[in-house]
Design a protein around this ligand. Structure first.
Ligand code: CP3
Length: 344
């Protein structure tokens, strides 16, 4: 079947005259319609577990901007919750989880078969979206990468340097490896169900990959991503996988080859020219406009968006930000970015 959805064409390796575009955190607090639906749902987690409202916020940026892809509205921390961790969000601060500090904590996690009873509403959101999205919009499912998810499960919150996870990794290797394996197994099951429900692409978010160096990067960023990608490819060979080893630096080089992902998402700590030379040589890349431009706008945004398009114009490219859009962004600047990318 010849593919018409532009994102799927780019993921298949095609160089398009205009790159398809979507945006990390495109359903979020910078949009008044998101804030209204979130208020209706109550809190953030209630919104994630309410399929009708989660589908509604996923669709809002598609209606407003006509992005080429929609990303399922959920969170990477729902999987730890499904594995048995307590999870709550403190307004203005972020996520909190019960902590895992030793082997007994890892062994107390629920078996992977049991995650779906918690995650079923998420699959229902995917099913609703696959019915309701415009026919040219690609539906992206996602999960956190095992290392990033582990950093939250170990520390019980977001940390600047992922210190507690590094202590656990270096202090009790066996327990740490078992935790990574359990999350990897859970992620394969979780993403598989998202695909069964209608996700057409999946993305693996390794937001803290940049704090792993050398062999640790190979063992805990590359290897889990490879295992997840290979397991999914064995069952769903037609479903593209996007890897996002954020702030990996040199670790971006060869990441697609080593893991088998179809596309490498780039943060804005690497220049587009460098990434075109060192990463895009292996296939599709996604990125990488600094999300600060969504706050400041103006000619600087337009110039930088056009420069990124130009840098990546000789190979497959999906335009995106280098990280999620922030709540203080101006919705008009999102339109300015889209016009700059689509209008040349
Ligand atoms: O990109 C999307 O629009 C899809 C939905 C999505 C969310 N979180 C919704 C969300 C995705 C893909 C994520 C991924 C996620 N969640 C990551 C990896 C990507 C990244 O940003 O580095 C991480 C580390 C998390 C964990 C998480 N969730 C944190 C640290 C926070 C608090 C920070 C914040 O912005 O408040 C969240 C909350 C969260 N996840 C929000 C959204 C829209 C804001 C919640 C709200 O409405 O208050």
């Amino acid at each position: 079947m010849s593919q018409t959805k532009t994102i799927l064409r780019a993921l298949a390796g095609e160089t398009l005259p205009v790159p398809p575009i979507w945006m990390m955190r495109q359903a979020g607090r910078y949009l008044p319609e998101y804030r209204a639906t979130r208020a209706q749902a109550g809190d953030f987690l209630s919104l994630c577990y309410n399929p009708e409202l989660a589908a509604e916020v996923t669709l809002q940026p598609i209606r407003r901007y006509g992005f080429d892809a929609a990303i399922l509205f959920a969170d990477i921390l729902l999987l730890p919750q499904a594995l048995g961790a307590d999870l709550w969000f403190v307004t203005g601060e972020g996520p909190r989880l019960s902590t895992i500090t030793d082997m007994a904590g890892v062994e107390a996690l629920k078996p992977v078969e049991d995650i779906h009873e918690t995650l079923n509403p998420i699959y229902e959101t995917v099913r609703i979206l696959s019915q309701e999205l415009p026919s040219d919009t690609t539906l992206i499912g996602f999960a956190g990468a095992p290392w990033t998810v582990a950093t939250y499960m170990i520390a019980g919150r977001g940390t600047k340097d992922q210190g507690p996870a590094h202590f656990f990794k270096d202090g009790d290797r066996a327990a740490f490896k078992l935790l990574i394996d359990r999350i990897t197994e859970g992620t394969i099951a979780y993403l598989g169900k998202q695909i069964d429900a209608g996700a057409e692409v999946v993305k693996i978010f390794d937001s803290w990959a940049g704090s792993l160096k050398g062999q640790d990067f190979e063992d805990f960023a590359v290897e889990p991503c490879r295992q997840i990608t290979q397991a999914l490819k064995a069952k769903y060979p037609h479903i593209p996988v996007i890897g996002f080893p954020r702030e990996a630096g040199d670790g971006y080089i060869g990441f697609a080859k080593k893991t088998g992902v179809d596309c490498v998402a780039l943060d804005n700590s690497v220049s587009a020219d460098w990434a075109a030379e060192h990463v895009q040589v292996d296939g599709c890349v996604q990125g990488n406009l600094a999300s600060s431009h969504m706050v400041t706008g103006g000619q600087a945004l337009v110039d930088e968006a056009r420069a990124i398009v130009k840098s990546f114009s000789k190979g497959p490219h999906i335009f995106n930000l280098g990280h999620g859009i922030t709540p203080d962004a101006d919705p008009d600047n999102v339109q300015l970015m889209i016009d700059a990318v689509r209008g040349g």
